[in-house]
Structures are given as C-alpha cells and as structure tokens.
Design a protein around this ligand. Structure first.
Ligand code: BGC
Length: 702
C-alpha cells in the first residue's frame, strides 16, 4: 500500500515539477549570466523580430529562436512573411479551434478559462511556440469594434476575472502569455492613426484594471503595446503607459512587445519602455548604431535584453533543464471536449416565453432550419489554397481546425432519424415555404454575423443584422410564431423583432464544436448557463460613445468617461434589449437572504447567499454581486460588478455562495488624490441573476 502511495506521490511530483516555470530568482540569474557574455550586436539582434513570427536566437550561447503565435482561440496556421499560408491545402498545422474569447467570458467561469489556458498552451508547445499573443482584454466601448469577439466584454471586473486564470493556465505550460493591446485600442476604426484621450478615472476604473490584474495577479510575462496613440504618443512609444504605469507602478517583470508594425520611432520606443520590436517595423535595426555613437546608452539595451532573457528562462527556453520543457499535444480528445464544454457554457438563453425550449428529441420528426448563418463556417477550411489571406477567419484570431461542425451539421447529427429541411435564403414567393414552416415540429431561424462583418482591421458600421436578416426573421415569425431565433455573433446585434419572437438564443463564434454544443443546449442535454458579458442595446444611439458622438477616427476623447456599458444604461435609465449579466436557464433559481461578515478593518468582507435550484433538472446560476454607493460625493455608476460565482446545483439543491470583498471594491479613482479612495458611508450590496435582476440586497456602512 505504502509503495503504491509513494509511486503516486512520485508521479505526481514529477508532473508538477515539469509543469512549473522556473523561479524569478533563478531566471534572473540565468539572464544575467548570459547577458554578461553577449556582445552589443548580439544583444540588439535579439530585440528585433527576424520573421513574421520569430525572433532570432544565438547558437554560440545556446539561445534558441523565440516563436510567438496568435491567436486568442487557436494556434494560428503557419504564415510566410508575406502572409501566405504555408500549409495551404494540408492539415500539418491544424489545431483545435476553441470558442473565441467573447464566448469564453460569457461562460462566467474562471475555472474553464484556466482549463482553456492549459489546453491552448499545450497546443502551442506542440506546434513549437513560446508565446501566446493573447488574451485580448480591451474593454468593449462600442459594440461596433471589429475585434470584440476577441475580447471579453464591457466590464473590467469580469474581464480581469477571466483573464487572470487564463494567463496562469497558459504560463503553467512553459509558454509566455502576452496580454494585449495596451492600451485604449477599443476600436478598429483608424486603429493605426487615432489619438485617444481619456479622463484619469476612466483609465483607472475601466481601461486599466484587466491589464493591471494580468500583471499583478496573473504574472503575465508578455504585454503587447497597441497601435493607436494615447495622449499624443503612439502606445509603443508612450512612457506613461510602458514605464511609469506598467513597469514602475505595477512592477511588470516581463517584456513589452510592440504590435506588428506599431513602432514609428526607434529612439522614442526604446526610451519609452518598449522592449521588443516585432518584425513588421524595422526601427530597431538602427539601435546598434545609436548606442555606438552614444545617442542611447548600452544600459538601456541591457535592461531590455535582461527582461527578454528572464522570460526565456522562466519558460525554460534557456537554462538547465530546457530539454524537459513541456512537449504539449494538439488536437487531443480532451481539447475537443473542452472546446465543446466552453461553447455549451457560453450559449446564452436570452428569451424563453412559454418554455418553448428545450426541444424534445422524441417529438421532433421534422425540423426546419432557416438562414445562411446556420451553415456558415467561421474557421479556415483545410482545403483553402494559398493567397494572401491574412483577413480570412477574422484576422490574427483565425483558426484552422481539422473540422468545424456548423449548427446545421450539429443538428442533423443530433437528430439522425428526423427530417431536417434547410432553407438558406427565404424567397417570399415560395408557396411551399409556408406549408413547410407550419407543418414542422420545430423551426429554427439563424441570424448573425460572420467574419465578413466582424474582423480585425475594421469596425462594423451598424449593429443591425446584415443582408436583410431582420426581414427574414419577421417573415418567418409571421408564418410560424413559435420559430426559435438563434443569433450567432461575437458582439451585440440589434433585434427589432424581439417582442415577436418567443425564444431567442445567443450563440457566439463558438469554434469547431459549435454545432454540437448548440444542439445539446437546444434539446436540453445541457442546461444553458451563459450570461451576457456586455449589454445588448436596442439601437446604436443607446450606446454611450455613440449617443455623445465620441466615436471617431483621427482624434477622439472618451467623453462618456467611466460610463461605459451598463454603467451608462443605468445612469441614463435606458432600457437595453438585454442587460449585462443576463442569461436564462431551463431551471429556476431562488436566492435566499444575504449574510455579511466582516473584519473590523474591512479588509475582508464576506457576503454569503444561499441559492436553490427549484427545478427538477440540474443547472447552474451565475450569482452576481453589484455594489452601489448610497450618497457618493463624486459622480459614480449606480452599481458595479464586484463579485460573481457560477454555482452548479442538482435538482432542488441549495448551496451557500460566498463572495469575498475588500475595501478596494467600494472605491473609486480619485482624480484629486490620484489614487483609489472610498468614502465612509452607506453602500448597498446587491445580489442577483443579472445587472437588472437583483434578487436580494443589504446595506453596509463603511
Ligand atoms: C494584431 C495583434 C496580433 C499581431 C500578430 C496585429 O495586427 O493587432 O493582435 O497579435 O498582429 O499577428
């Protein structure tokens, strides 16, 4: 017995040791040792990308090349420097396509984010990569931003809560994370030209927290500076961002890497704190001369190289034991199941009047599926041949899996003996259509975007659905009022037919398993538990920056200040289409009374709330905690998310959910004191199932 036990201890410890990165102290020592042996040209060489996704090594010193890779939801297919696919038409670089990050954050499940981080880094290692160019944590300021599908929504607390475990998962497998895009890259419109200015409060309360958490709590080893300007300086040349805030105030120990082509002046970037220049710009090639002619000091170069070597040592790219680095694995069954689980947990049941959903498999002999989106592939087909396809698949977030099960395919596979009719475009003249829709056991109408609308490099021009899809939904609902609408997008869309539809489901860009996940949710095999990570507005003019005409190219000031997302709808009393945090379940959950226990110094405030599943089926509720100050002395949001927990409950089960707060959660950024501050006074702790479905509240005096 004892022998068996020891065997397991041994196996377990071998696993944990190899899965761990090196300590900071040892890594710094390795970095310094190597640095002392390097010539100036060698040092400078390391700081500039030599190919689209590689940095050179130095064989004399045993430093291998360094390979960063996109992207947020899959290891990106291999590209030539000109952006052509190297494996066009073959499967050599296929990897698992997970749901995109806006889906991941709609799970409101940090543990899943951690599993995702572990899985993607395993795939990165198997593809020989060293750095994950993600996660993207830019806050959704406008639903139009073309990259919202790569980000995590409108709330800094939710974004931080998902990003941190994701990063720790990534870095546990000897891969560096690279949080991006720092900072204020909240739109794709003129992203390489716009100069953003914003108030100090908004910076600290809305746009910085996820980056700060990634550094301080996630220990991210990489950070990517954004394309845009902030306060007149390009983000890669911005001393306030890269040196004062990131390195000095937050204590960042890793490397700053410029976004691809984001450096305009070598001298400015080097002095501002940008460590690495990615391959697109060629500014750092001038660095050696600047040092030899005395324009820049060699200690500046040393600082950058030391940081880089520190990262290399942390992920065991260099140093003793480098050969034991995690090998990783791609396309495993485990990753496939994880892709499906994330997709399932992300799907949001927006509306379910009369409990139309879930559908009953045994009662569906004829299913009609309508809409092009039902069969649109969002990932790259293996058979895609070359060409400069950088924008295919949505830009750097593209994925190339072995397969992608579209919703149509998933539903067909789920109902092998049913007749599934597919109508991709509705022809109003079609006499047979009415009959088909009326006689079907269920009708599913698919709407949404594809990467044609949502992609890197551009914003959408509207939140209205493209290509006459609103008319299509209305036409179908007029014939078949029980038709279920399924929207698929990475970000909010308007739904002017919301009152007409009895059931609406929000699917995301949900990766290779999207169709299987959706079928399982629609038929009740999985009880939906996703929640919106951003407000779905009725119309674009309801969004703060659009209503204030503060969304612009060239130069824009964030006039709405801290009132982003639900903070704005609450302030202005605007009814959203669906509010932040919203998402229904097939179960009903009851919230009990809130109990608060606190330490005298308020550094630990424990909020306990019992939650009961009143239904006969197992389900999960996301218990959300919002804080509201009763009489603020400065203008503050009516409420702010400061805690949440996804709780799994069997039929009729009750669990106590515990959410921990500290005084910081009650604070705002004081522009006079340039720091966090909370007033003594009364606050309300609100607990509920969404930002507009508060079930319980309790006052607390600080
Ligand atoms: C994107 C980054 C990406 C990089 C490398 C840039 O255009 O903004 O997010 O990581 O390209 O592909």
């Amino acid at each position: 017995m004892r022998k068996v036990y020891l065997f397991f201890v041994l196996i377990f410890s071998i696993h944990t040791v190899s899965a761990q990165n090196r300590s900071d102290k040892e890594s710094l020592q390795i970095a310094n040792d190597l640095l002392s042996k390097m010539t100036l040209p060698e040092k400078v060489l390391l700081l500039h990308g030599d190919h689209i996704y590689s940095f050179p090594g130095i064989s004399r010193l045993g430093i291998p090349p360094f390979y960063p890779s996109d992207g947020p939801c899959a290891v990106r297919p291999e590209l030539t420097d000109a952006g052509h696919y190297i494996h066009a038409g073959d499967s050599a670089d296929c990897t698992t396509a997970f749901p995109t990050l806006s889906a991941l954050s709609a799970t409101w499940n940090p543990e899943l984010a951690n599993q995702f981080g572990l899985a993607i880094s395993s795939e990165l290692r198997a593809r020989g990569k060293d750095m994950y160019l993600g996660p993207g944590v830019n806050i959704m300021r406008t639903p139009l931003c073309g990259r919202n599908f790569e980000y995590m929504g409108e709330d800094p607390f939710l974004t931080s809560s998902v990003a941190v475990p994701l990063i720790t998962g990534v870095q546990q497998n000897n891969v560096s994370a690279c949080i991006k895009h720092f900072a204020l890259n909240n739109q794709e419109l003129d992203r390489q030209g716009v100069n953003v200015t914003v108030g100090e409060r908004a910076l600290h309360e809305i746009y910085f927290p996820a980056f700060e958490a990634a550094v301080k709590k996630g220990g991210t080893l990489g950070l990517m500076s954004a394309y845009n300007k902030f306060n007149g300086d390009w983000c890669s040349e911005n001393e306030f961002l890269l040196t004062t805030t990131l390195k000095q105030n937050w204590g960042f120990k890793g490397v700053v890497i410029s976004d691809w082509g984001a450096i305009h002046s070598m001298t400015k970037a080097v002095l501002a704190g940008c460590d690495l220049e990615s391959n697109y710009s060629r500014e750092y090639l001038k660095l050696e001369e600047a040092v030899t002619t005395g324009k820049l000091s060699d200690s500046l170069v040393d600082q950058k190289v030391r940081r880089l070597l520190f990262v290399y040592a942390k992920i065991k790219l260099i140093g003793p034991g480098a050969e034991q680095r995690i090998k990783g694995a791609v396309l495993t069954d485990k990753h496939k199941m994880l892709a499906r689980t994330i997709a399932e947990e992300s799907i949001v049941l927006l509306k379910n009047q009369g409990n139309i959903l879930p559908l009953n498999k045994t009662k569906i002999a004829r299913l009609v599926i309508v809409g092009k989106v039902a069969n649109a592939k969002l990932t790259i087909d293996i058979n895609t041949k070359g060409g400069c396809d950088l924008f295919l698949g949505g830009g750097s977030g593209e994925a190339k899996p072995l397969y992608e099960i579209t919703p149509l395919e998933g539903l067909r596979q789920y109902l092998p003996s049913a007749q599934v009719d597919y109508i991709d475009t509705v022809n109003h003249q079609d006499a047979g259509l009415m009959k088909k829709l009326q006689s079907a056991d269920a009708v599913l109408v698919f709407t949404g975007d594809t990467h044609v609308e949502e992609h890197e490099g551009d914003d959408r021009t509207d939140i209205r659905l493209p290509q006459g899809q609103d008319e299509m939904v209305r036409a179908i609902l007029a014939i078949q009022p029980k038709a279920i609408v399924i929207n698929q997008s990475g970000a909010p869309v308007a739904m002017p037919w919301v009152e007409q539809a009895k059931a609406i489901v929000q699917n995301w860009f949900n990766g290779q398993e999207t169709g299987n996940a959706l079928a399982r949710v629609l038929f009740g095999e999985v009880n939906p538990s996703g929640k919106l990570n951003s407000t779905f507005p009725k119309q674009l003019s309801d969004v703060a920056c659009h209503s204030m005409d503060a969304y612009k190219a060239k130069a824009e000031h964030y006039d709405e200040d801290i009132f982003v997302g639900y903070r704005w709808y609450d302030k202005q009393d605007i009814d959203p289409l669906f509010c932040f945090g919203h998402g229904l379940s097939y179960s009903t959950f009851k919230f009990g009374k809130i109990k608060i226990t606190r330490s005298t110094s308020n550094d630990s405030i424990k909020v306990t709330v019992p939650v009961t599943n009143l239904s006969d089926r197992a389900g999960a509720e996301v218990v959300q905690l919002y804080i509201s100050e009763a009489a603020p002395t400065v203008s503050r949001p009516k409420q702010e998310l400061k805690g949440f927990q996804k709780v799994q409950l069997s039929a009729h089960e009750t669990k106590e959910v515990v959410l921990n707060l500290t005084a910081k959660d009650f604070s705002y950024w004081s522009e006079t004191e340039h720091g966090w501050k909370h007033n003594a006074g009364t606050y309300e702790i609100r607990v509920g199932a969404s930002s507009r479905d508060i079930r319980e509240n309790k006052k607390i005096v600080l």
